[in-house]
Design a protein around this ligand. Sequence first.
Ligand SMILES: Nc1ncnc2c1ncn2[C@@H]1O[C@H](COP(=O)(O)OP(=O)(O)O)[C@@H](O)[C@H]1O
Ligand SMILES: [Mg+2]
Length: 422
Amino acid sequence: MFEQLVGKLPVGIAVVNEDFRIVYLNEFFLDRLPHELRKDYKEKVVTDLFQGQGKFLKRRLKSVFVLQHPSFSYWEQRPHIFPFKSSRPITGEETQMYQNMEILPIKDPSTNTRLACIFLQDVTAQASYFRTQQKLSEALKREHDAQKKLIKKLDTAQSQLIQAEKMASTGQLAAGIAHEINNPIGFVNANLDTLSQYASHLVTIADGMYQHIDEFSHELKEQFTSLYRANHYEMVKEDIEQLIAESTDGLMRVKEIVENLKNFSIESKEGEQSIELNTVCKQIVSLISAQYTKPNFKVDCATEKVDIIGFPGPIKQALMNIVLNAAQAVEIDGFVKISITEDAQNVTLKVLDSGHGINQKHLKRIFEPFFTTKPEGQGQGLGLSVAYTAVEQHNGKISINSKEGKGTVVELTLPKESPKAE
Ligand SMILES: Nc1ncnc2c1ncn2[C@@H]1O[C@H](COP(=O)(O)OP(=O)(O)O)[C@@H](O)[C@H]1O
Ligand SMILES: [Mg+2]
């Protein structure tokens, strides 16, 4: 009964002697032998009977005989030691059997000969379950990575949207204010002009009178002299011209700010035209280098002529603002370099400077309207927001890279044929 039981166990049992010859096989092994070998398998060398991993099997058996110690082989390292098909594949189709094998040293009690017992377990079901899980978790990880990337993209898109929204609302507001301020600026300017003329008339009258003061009676002379003195005539006369000149100057600055503000919404009246970017850059450089003599300016252009279709006003303004910022950031010995490259669809402009760079904290805010780090009167904080709006209008891209103390690169990418802006 015991022999029957061992024979029918759902694990393979084989007993081998020290010459690797078969002493015993249970039904698990026998059923899987080719028909012609089933009868006289005894005394056959195990590796002849089961070809495949012969060398490996012999080595393991040998070690068990020598060390008298069990040896285990796990399916993950060596899945198919015996060339068997699995009887219980998980998918129903026949596959190669995945096996765990253990070899144990035993002894024949009657003859005292050393033997080795091979136990073989069919672990195809576990193995395929494990493999499926592994594939699933790999797929999951891939999906997770893809999601992470997507979230990052969404994050960027969101901050760009917020930025665009900010620009749009501030832009509208600014354009509205600019429009309103334009009228008073007009009449204040005209009035200042008239005022300046009137003042000079008054000065002429007062001066003329003073020249004839000696011809007045003693009493009148006293009266006029004290009148002139009490009203600080000399000082007023000197100051009045300067005050008016300063006011006109200030008004011009306000006008400039308003002009910039109006550029926010860029209600450009001119239509789309061909713009020669290389020429525009050269013009800007010559304009700015007249004011800022410190840095070395250089325009690098791969080809003679680089054209895009767009609105010349906003594009020029944007470039001007960017190059101006670069020039303002540069100390003595610094440089500002503009490079222009193109491919089939886009033109890329890089404005590189060796200036003081931008603090990481500020970098996020530089496109915000009215954000400036410059002292009062020197920066309105509108240059980059105007540039941003112009680039946006042309379906382009603007990005800034900067390292504090090293310099800044502003990169503009403009499509050669920007779709009609609304
Ligand atoms: N090339 C540059 N190098 C260093 N800082 C820059 C540069 N371009 C822009 N910035 C920073 O961005 C701010 C905003 O620029 P902008 O919008 O042109 O306004 P403004 O020049 O009037 O300050 C600047 O105040 C400055 O801090
Ligand atoms: Mg600026």
